[in-house]
Design a protein around this ligand. Sequence first.
Ligand code: HEC
Ligand code: HEC
Length: 397
Amino acid sequence: MLVALGKKIFFDGRLSEPPGTSCASCHDPARAFSGGHGSRIGVPLGSRPAHFARRSTPSVLYMRYVPKFHYFEDDEAPAPEPRGGFFWDGRSDTLVELARQPLFNPDEMNAGTPRHLAAKIAGGPYAKEFRGAIGPSSDPEAVLRGVGVALEAYLKSDEMTPQSSKYDAYVRGQATLTEQERRGLETFKDRRRGACSGCHRLAETSSNPAESVFTDYGYDAVALPRNRDLPGNRNAAHFDLGLCERKDKTNPSDDEKWCSSFRTPSLRNVAVRQSFGHNGVYKTLREVVKFYALRAVAPGRIYPAGQKFDDVPPKYRANVNIYAPIYNRREGAPAPLDDDDIDAIVAFLGTLTDSPYVQTREPLKGSLALPRRAPPGTARLRPAVMVAGPVAQSPSR
Ligand code: HEC
Ligand code: HEC
């Protein structure tokens, strides 16, 4: 009952100002609950024209596995490592509390005040169901909390934890990978090459999906190139600092060593995303994998001339991870992945697409709007492809 109520709230376009933008507008069910809401600059459009969220939209499938923010202590790690928390910077620990952020963010749903929201719930089609599940109180804060409780139940439900990808079938022994996918998996795990699984964790020998979320929920400064299409980035002094901007005082992460680190995203359903990384700078999966292959050995092909790590303020560039196997090569050295390896990893990542999205290949509705300027240094890359599914991600050099 709570799950069904949470689902109605999630899809309710009446809650935004002006009306028309629901949670599902950005967390689009056709895109495994991620998406741009018609924006192609890499971050989604809010309920008002020309108002954009600050970061790209993560999928909200598999939310039940996201742990609270904490420091992980491991005998092998030199110091405790930050893990978990919702959002790219881990700033929220519960879905109940989180709900208020997209609702009242003026660049997202712009829903006004808890009082406005409570009035809409009370006057809406599921008012009775809401009172039955949450209680009769009309106190705006109590209603807002009820909205959070229902949304949490929906986001943590079985429906939002589908485990219906080819990879899931493979670990259950019910599917075989193609030659290329298998090679992609090997490269993804290979400690001397991709070493992707060091952060994007998986356990092929376990059919427990909690062990294959393709993230350890840890944080890393990957140094994606700056997305010059973001309105905030017109100011050259503006930087998104990620984890060190998180405000929690009891379990703080404001030490400067955490600046420019972002939470490692799950790669489940990654192939149906419209944009990648916290700043949405890349629009195809292949570009992201190529970024990893070239960042250390050919930075000139990733960043504008002379501006290596251009989305990290100069004083924090020492935070950038240059130690992981994929990055620890000298400039000019052979790339750790060649074109065939990149294609194989992309093919493997396509196996992480849950079955409802595999067929999503028709152009998606609501694509619009903004002329896309190619950021300097990426001019040779293809424009955003407006189709979903692993097929759309096939070789595109
Ligand atoms: C305008 C687009 C937009 C709308 C509308 C929107 N979101 Fe989001 N959502 C985002 C973006 C962008 C982020 C990432 C923000 C960040 O990390 O700072 C996000 C992050 C999240 C996360 C965290 C996921 C994770 O992996 O940590 C959850 C959960 C979430 N949203 C739920 C909701 C719910 C529930 C609603 C409706 C009440 C909603 N969102 C409405 C864009 C949107
Ligand atoms: C040291 C940890 C680490 C390693 C190793 C690593 N990643 Fe990541 N990955 C991250 C983090 C952190 C992000 C988010 C970066 C950001 O947004 O600034 C990310 C983002 C991504 C994304 C974008 C996903 C999305 O939802 O936007 C993809 C795709 C990806 N990684 C694939 C790979 C592949 C393929 C490899 C191996 C070649 C790899 N990663 C190696 C930590 C890592």
